[in-house]
Design a protein around this ligand. Structure first.
Ligand code: 5GP
Length: 204
């Protein structure tokens, strides 16, 4: 009952978002991941079509022209975008999880104001980000520094989100995200009218 949700999760690089999203997907029924397209090179552990669709800059620009993206953004030096068709097909039957940056989140909120739920995952301490970025060791030190500086900028956007979850512990954070999803699915604005109709009660 009720419309499907677009769960938008943003976090600065190194806040543990990828792990959190994977755990959330494994343990939440009816939730599917929106696989973005990017011009970034794949990291060692990433699978094309699962983590991202890795495409060339030329192909990405062609797709912008064809209006293939619901939203797209240049993050660091690469392009990232949410394919429109995949998202709409998924949303017809399931809730959809999007792992996108703050620019994308704002655009999704504009486009899908009724269905979008924006969640920001924040690190408990800023220094944690640098440690996690360095531990990942998939990026160069220059890249790490660039991501760290942008992360500080991104934190300013917390105030534009619906929820903010501080990630002290992955398990607890995933639990909080699930609670948010459950609460959002039970909001009167989503299910009230349909429920009254089902119960054959006229609304006031
Ligand atoms: P990464 O290169 O670490 O995978 O992602 C870099 C940033 O791009 C992250 O903040 C991630 O959420 C964001 N991102 C990934 N896919 C998309 C997308 O389709 N649209 C937008 N706007 N941002 C994205």
């Amino acid at each position: 009952m009720g419309e499907n949700l677009l769960i938008v999760v943003s976090a600065p690089s190194g806040a543990g978002k990828t792990t959190i999203c994977k755990k959330l997907l494994q343990t939440t029924p009816n939730l599917i991941f929106s696989v973005s397209m990017t011009t970034r090179k794949p990291r060692d552990n990433e699978i094309n079509g699962q983590d991202y669709f890795f495409i060339s800059t030329e192909e990405f620009k062609k797709r912008i022209k064809k209006n293939d993206f619901i939203e797209w953004a240049k993050v660091y030096d690469d392009y990232y975008g949410t394919p429109k068709k995949n998202l709409e097909d998924s949303l017809a039957g399931m809730d959809v999880l999007l792992d996108i940056d703050v620019q994308g989140a704002m655009n999704i909120k504009k486009e899908y104001s009724d269905n979008a739920v924006l969640i920001f995952i924040a690190p408990p301490f800023l220094e944690d980000l640098k440690t996690r970025l360095s531990n990942r060791m998939t990026d160069t030190s220059e890249e790490i520094e660039k991501r760290f500086l942008l992360a500080k900028e991104e934190l300013k956007n917390i105030l534009n989100y619906d929820y903010c979850v501080i990630n002290d512990d992955v398990g607890v954070t995933v639990g909080k995200l699930k609670s948010i999803i459950i609460a959002e699915k039970n909001r009167v604005k989503r299910i009230g009218k349909e429920l009254l109709k089902k119960l054959e009660v006229e609304d006031a």
